[in-house]
Design a protein around this ligand. Sequence first.
Ligand SMILES: Cc1cc2nc3c(=O)[nH]c(=O)nc-3n(C[C@H](O)[C@H](O)[C@H](O)COP(=O)(O)OP(=O)(O)OC[C@H]3O[C@@H](n4cnc5c(N)ncnc54)[C@H](O)[C@@H]3O)c2cc1C
Length: 386
Amino acid sequence: MKRLIFDEDHEMFRDGVRRFMQSEIEPHIEKWRDEGCCDPLAFQKAGEQGLLCMWADEKYGGLGIEDFRFEQVLIEETIRHGDISLFLSLHSRLVGPYIGRLGSEELKSRLLPKCISGESILGIAMTEPNAGSDLAGIKSKASRDGDDWILNGSKTYISNGINGTAFVVAARTVPDKPHGIGLFVVESDMEGFSRGRNLKKMGLKAQDTAELFFENVRVPAENVLGDPEKGFYSLMHHLAEERLISACQEVAHAQVAFDITMEYILERKAFGKPIGAFQNSRFKMAEMRTSLDILQTFIDQCVLLHNQGELSAELAAEAKLNASELESTVMDNCVQLHGGSGYMSEYRISHMFTDARVSRIYAGSSEIMKEIIARSIGLDERKLSG
Ligand SMILES: Cc1cc2nc3c(=O)[nH]c(=O)nc-3n(C[C@H](O)[C@H](O)[C@H](O)COP(=O)(O)OP(=O)(O)OC[C@H]3O[C@@H](n4cnc5c(N)ncnc54)[C@H](O)[C@@H]3O)c2cc1C
């Protein structure tokens, strides 16, 4: 379906990103998947092309591009010609803006140029061994010491956890207040910071996911993001964009699965005809085409709303819920249409299936998305239960 949201500039940008992905990323994906981590140089190469933190102000070396459609194009081409586990957008658009919007001038002038060049790689550390969906339950804590803060605790499942050089860390600053949380930028050379192993996962094999530990890490005042007691609200505010990024990734991933399956079923024959000639295959493909077009249109609309600063938390939740659920369905159908090949690692669809499974869990699980949407339509459990 022709998408109306892009203009000539976006399409020119797409061509450039595609060429970059095909020459600099695609040839290395298999090696990175085997190694469980991409080469951090991939970020520097993306930086050289001006693909990181495009929103950042020119005074820090950025392009000052706030239009989310460029990030959307980058996401789509990364997935089509690279791999969904290369988390450039987590670095640029999910974590970077915390520093851009809430950081001190000292922090921005020191860190942003390195984030734009890819010399510094960003991650965000919210989840803890005992607090995932329930963010208000985090136990890591930060205590004031003069102008500095002393941070203690541990985090888990942190993306870019091995390659990352700076992390936005959520820690409790007000002991008895569930939402009394602050956000702190911890840099990997700070004393008391350490990482655990690269966690082995079902999918996203080229993505490094790790535990992080903080033992009396001294965080200077200039590394505090916004009001140290109101970080929870900043997280909630930024999570809408995180969910939009996820939705863009998930629909793009499903679109690629659809395309490679189309090629496969036209080529592979059974009972003297292409698999694609069977009514079941034609109907499955027709159903997926319809659902993908509807979803893409909705997500494109959310992108436009986001560009206008009007994307609500509940619309972002709807986009993420729909996209992650459809992605799973599409992957399952596509593996089935591939037959035994779909289960073999040499076929891309087999790992796309396992890569997709996490989409319904991270960046807010499907159940949490339904909670947010239900509350927005007046079905708030806490209020209804009195
Ligand atoms: C590959 C990967 C990368 C990740 N990257 C990051 C990262 O970079 N930074 C970071 O901070 N975190 C990251 N996470 C963590 C991720 O965000 C959490 O796993 C997610 O929020 C779910 O939390 P949990 O694992 O503790 O599950 P739990 O919260 O224990 O949930 C378990 C189950 O219970 C359900 N559930 C929980 N609460 C409710 C409720 N109120 N109503 C109904 N059902 C409920 C959940 O939906 C889920 O199905 C990552 C996770 C993975 C797997």
